[in-house]
Each structure stands twice: as structure tokens, then as C-alpha cells.
Ligand binder design. Structure first.
Ligand code: NAG
Ligand code: CA
Length: 319
């Protein structure tokens, strides 16, 4: 269901120009949590803004604005009536901006865009390594993710969410990472992650790294599977140590519907506290990967057939 809005608007005043009305229709709170029920082409929490402009050439006109779905009718009548002679032509530009929070799901909400088959394959593979690289400059230039390709990790696991904060409390020097069964040192370590994003929707996907302390490198596409190097990363978010400014980066990629896109990101923490955020947003605006501890049906470690999206090379034996 979506929202339809009709605005009957009687213009009765020659002086009435550039009149704007804004309306917000509240959505039931329980329907706003997009992560609870991920669906590929809709984000029920999004704000839909449409602007309609009409030029009125008589002193009395009817303006109808349709925003798709639902029904709401409003009549606005001005009592400020001016005298208008029979020969007079009045030209007005009226801009009406209506902001609507859909009461349910937008018109494009699909039932035809299902997640890929699931076979105990959800989430990301990840690995923990010791990382001796201290951050001493503006680009954490001592950190080299590709130097870990043949390094045996200290731990490997799978996780349905990514990102976190490490060792930022004064007493927190060790702790678990994701759902690990053991604790780790929370300084001087690195995490390697990879998965496929299943692009149920075609279009432009966005990867945001709004916070990196100390470094996060991103690869997408074939090079994320093999051939990734420091030099060919799609994005780098690097902590500026002298100025104490966290790293951030954003990367967009276009993909056809129904394809699996390899994604790898490598996080490095040096001294003091650390952490990072990593967010993947589908073309519709739906967040499909984040640090929220909810699994996405669109992030998988391999396809169920094992060939369309084969499992990645083992950590420590990467190519
Ligand atoms: C990794 O670092 C920890 C903490 O410094 C250390 O105890 C451990 O021996 C290191 N492991 C390897 C394999 O280097
Ligand atoms: Ca740090």
C-alpha cells in the first residue's frame, strides 16, 4: 500500500503567490524498522519528497497532486478575495512540496525480488591477524593489507554483521570480536573480511566507511576475490594520527540485478583504541550490511551451487 494525496486548492486571491504547504503523514512505528524485515527494493523508513509546480492562469483553479497510493484529501480555501475585473488575467506560480512518510511500503515494494537460496551460507568470512604496524602519519602508511595474503590467521570465523569499536574503554585491552569464542588483543591487529553481496536489485550500490581507526581498505568485483593489492583498492579510509582525524571513505558501484558481487575489506588497528563502520546500501536505500547484529539474506559466503559464487580462497592462502 502506498500513499495518495489529493489537494483541492481553490485560489481566490490575486495576491496569493508561491504558496507552499507541507504535510507529514505519520507511519506506524512498527513498520519503520527496515532491518527487521529486509526487503530488497523498499525502505519503509525513507522519506519521499515530491514537488509539483503548476501555473495558474485564472483566479479560480483546482490543483491535484498525486503521490501514489493511499488517500488523503485536503481543501484549502483562502478568504482573502480580491476584486478582479472581467478582463484581467492573473498568472500565478504555485509550488507545493509534500513530504510523505509512507504508511506501509512504497509502490515499488517487491515480492518478486527474493534473496538468493540459503544453505548455511549467510554472512561474511573473517580472520584475525596480529598486525605490528604502528600508525605514525596521516595515511597509516605502515599498514599493508596485501602483506597478509600468505599469513596464517590466528582465528577465522563467520559473522552476520561487520564493524565495531575496539579497546576504546580505558580498561578494555582484550575482548571477543564478533561472535568469537575467545578474546583477542584489541590493539595491533587486523581483520580480513569477504563475502558476496547478492544484488537482488540492479542499480548503484553504496559502500560507506564513515569511521576508520586506523585503516580500512575495500575491494569490490573480481579483484576482491583474487588479485587484490594495496594499490588497486576501491576505497581507503585512513586515520590521520598527527591530527587525530578518523578515516572515512565511500564507494559506489553499478551492478545488474541477480548477480553476486565479491566484496572484501581489510581493517587494521594500531595503537590506542580502534574501530570501524562498514555499511552497504542497496539502490532503494535499504541498508543490507552494517554493524547491526542482524543477518542479511543478501550477504553470502558463497552461492549454494558452489560455482556461480564459489567460496573464497582460504585465509593465509590467498591469491
Ligand atoms: C600475536 O600477538 C599476541 C599479543 O601481542 C602475542 O601474544 C602472540 O604471540 C602473537 N602471535 C603471533 C602468532 O605472532
Ligand atoms: Ca587506533
Amino acid at each position: 500500500m502506498a500513499v495518495r494525496k489529493t489537494l483541492a486548492y481553490v485560489l481566490a486571491a490575486a495576491a496569493m503567490v508561491n504558496t507552499a504547504y507541507a504535510h507529514a503523514i505519520a507511519a506506524p512505528a512498527g513498520q519503520l524498522n527496515a532491518r527487521t524485515h529486509p526487503s530488497p527494493t523498499c525502505d519503509p523508513g525513507q522519506t519521499v519528497t515530491q514537488t509539483a509546480t503548476t501555473t495558474v492562469t485564472s483566479w479560480k483553479a483546482l490543483l491535484t497532486i498525486t503521490i501514489g497510493g493511499g488517500t488523503h484529501t485536503e481543501t484549502v480555501t483562502s478568504t482573502d478575495i480580491c476584486t478582479v475585473t472581467a478582463t484581467e488575467t492573473i498568472t500565478e506560480s504555485t509550488t507545493t512540496t509534500i513530504t510523505v512518510s509512507p504508511t506501509a511500503t512504497p509502490p515499488s515494494c517487491p515480492t518478486q525480488c527474493p534473496p538468493p537460496p540459503s544453505c548455511n551460507n549467510l554472512g561474511f568470512d573473517w580472520a584475525y591477524y596480529n598486525n605490528s604496524a604502528r600508525n605514525t602519519d596521516t595515511t597509516y602508511s605502515s599498514f599493508h593489507p596485501d602483506s597478509f595474503k600468505k599469513t596464517a590467521p590466528l582465528y577465522v570465523g563467520t559473522t552476520s554483521y561487520v564493524g565495531g569499536l575496539y579497546g576504546q574503554g580505558s580498561a578494555e585491552t582484550t575482548g571477543p570480536i564478533y561472535d568469537s569464542s575467545r578474546s583477542f588483543a584489541l590493539d595491533f591487529f587486523a581483520l580480513n573480511h569477504h563475502a558476496y553481496i547478492y544484488a537482488c536489485e540492479g542499480g548503484t550500490y553504496t559502500v560507506d566507511i564513515p569511521y576508520a581507526n586506523d585503516g580500512a581498505y575495500l575491494w569490490t568485483g573480481a579483484k576482491a576475490y583474487s588479485g587484490w593489492t594495496d594499490a588497486n583498492a576501491d576505497a581507503k579510509a585512513l586515520y590521520n594520527q598527527p591530527d587525530h582525524v578518523a578515516g572515512r571513505a565511500s564507494f559506489r558501484f553499478d551492478v545488474a540485478a541477480g548477480t553476486y558481487v565479491p566484496v572484501r575489506f581489510f581493517y587494521g588497528q594500531a595503537q590506542y583504541g580502534g574501530g570501524f563502520q562498514f555499511i552497504v546500501t542497496a539502490p532503494s536505500g535499504q541498508v543490507i550490511v552494517s554493524d547491526q547484529e542482524t543477518s542479511s539474506p543478501y550477504a553470502v559466503r558463497h552461492s549454494c551451487d558452489g560455482t556461480t559464487a564459489p567460496a573464497f580462497p582460504a585465509f593465509g592462502k590467498e591469491i
